[in-house]
Design a protein. Structure first.
Length: 161
């Protein structure tokens, strides 16, 4: 169940998404929190240089695999401004990370992009549990999803600064 701690970490993800936007990247940000509540990794989208796999959720999965035990990974929570894409959800599942909490859903993003007359991404938008069945997932959070939508509007209209 979500609480103030979840909302605090999700708000940080939205801040990181804004930082991504300021650097010319799509607005996505993520935070890895271990079972004790300590922030272990923060990141944002870095795809502007042409590598479309530079998602923060994939970076978290790689970092966790290299720096955490399997027990630490499963006890952790990944917070993110937007629900994982299938690539990131698969990495999350393969590495054995725990719960995912997201501010906005892939379904919301698909609707927003359609409303903005933007072509859909090249990879199908799927719910995380379609890719990783049984994984604890919470989201979206309407109080933050609106802020994420506004970041995507700014990105699509070229207003990165």
């Amino acid at each position: 169940m979500s609480d103030e701690t979840d909302l605090k970490h999700l708000a940080r993800c939205v801040e990181l998404a804004a930082k991504a936007l300021e650097s010319g990247n799509p607005p996505f940000g993520s935070v890895l929190v271990d079972g004790t509540g300590a922030v272990k990794f923060e990141g944002h989208n870095l795809t502007a240089d042409g590598d479309a796999t530079q998602h923060p959720e994939l970076a978290i999965a790689r970092w966790a695999a290299a720096n955490m035990t399997p027990e630490e990974r499963v006890a952790s929570t990944v917070y993110t401004s937007g629900e994982h894409c299938p690539m990131c959800a698969a990495a999350h599942g393969w590495v054995g990370l725990g719960r995912i909490v997201f501010a906005s859903s892939s379904e919301q993003l698909s609707v927003w992009l359609d409303e903005m007359h933007v072509s859909p991404p090249p990879v199908a938008t799927l719910p995380i549990n379609t890719v990783v069945p049984g994984l604890p997932v919470e989201g979206p959070f309407p109080v933050l999803a609106e802020a994420v939508r506004k970041l995507h509007e700014r990105y699509q209209h070229g207003a990165s600064k």
